[in-house]
Design a protein around this ligand. Sequence first.
Ligand SMILES: NC(=O)c1ccc[n+]([C@@H]2O[C@H](COP(=O)([O-])OP(=O)(O)OC[C@H]3O[C@@H](n4cnc5c(N)ncnc54)[C@H](O)[C@@H]3O)[C@@H](O)[C@H]2O)c1
Length: 352
Amino acid sequence: MSRLRVAIAGAGIGRQHAAAFAKLPERFDVVALCDPDVERRRAVAAEFSIRGTTSSFEDLLANDAVDVVDICTPQSLHFGQAMAALAAGRHVICEKPVVGSLADCDALMAAERASQRRVMPVFQYRFGVGLQKLLHLVERGVTGKHFLSTAETTWRRGPAYFATAWRGNLAQAMGGCLLTQAIHAHDALTITLGDVRKVYAATATRVNPVQTEDCAAATLTFADGSLATLAVTLGSADDTSRLRFHFEQLTAQSSLAPYTMTAEPWTWIPANDAAASRIADALADFRPRAEGFAGQFERFHDALTNGGAMPVTLADARTSLELLTALYHSAATGSAVELPIAAMHPAYRGWS
Ligand SMILES: NC(=O)c1ccc[n+]([C@@H]2O[C@H](COP(=O)([O-])OP(=O)(O)OC[C@H]3O[C@@H](n4cnc5c(N)ncnc54)[C@H](O)[C@@H]3O)[C@@H](O)[C@H]2O)c1
């Protein structure tokens, strides 16, 4: 099996990426780590025996012994760093949100097409076995018509979290709890339920003295006319996530584990005995695979080495960004927003 040589930029969540690569030693070798914060860089390099360290992203790109640049820096840096990494001939893994507008996403997609290299956005929650089972059932048509689903991301973030300068700063964070915390739950809804056609949202900043929203409520209307509600706050007394899907033949509820709600245990409530039997039959050929960051990186390696489909694409990130654009525009204007969002839409180049 060919080993991909990885350079990680950013040693915050980048530490968890390093831990995931370390679980896949036949597939990945992390050869370099970049972070201007010398203490963080040294600590993560020592923990995972990463040989090459630097404070400069440009040094990382100049390193010919790198196949994949894994961007784990604050979000306002992602677009420039991803474009530069592609231009340097590297594959790119990039943390969410990949960029801060549909226009930047389209530019990055064009650069990827021209480059012969691949860009994989990170949406590691997608690979939780509970959510994968639900997708398996939806694909096999046993869930029936979708009625309504709910996504709750109710976490607690206070002064310690916002002590990091870029967080809560609109120019650098590009958004608040919708963009940073709830993006995974909302991605889980849209990959399961399909295209969103209309959004109505309200946001508020009530928990912390920051520029970005820390509470949000929204309704979504999907292409088939079914509905979802989103509820997000950073002022919960504990960290809880919950996805609850209501289909004609099945109600499915995620676990409440805040950062692994897509993993099992899920609660499965078939509408009747016949539905229970069809669901059990459909799950007979379900095979669980690795979850989280390691699950996504393992699939990334498979796609690059076998030429298959990427587990997450820039088109997926674009769907997420289009929903965010609609949510923020709706909250700013107090009106419903219809999707898709065209290039002449006032929020196509950014929502803030
Ligand atoms: N997928 C997830 O579940 C998840 C979880 C947390 C954060 N994130 C995302 O990961 C990104 C980083 O978030 P974080 O919480 O780790 O932030 P952080 O501020 O804790 O860490 C970012 C690190 O990047 C470093 N950095 C800054 N400029 C750099 C540069 N030019 N080159 C290299 N390193 C640089 C900083 O010094 C810092 O150590 C954000 O986009 C965030 O939204 C994703």
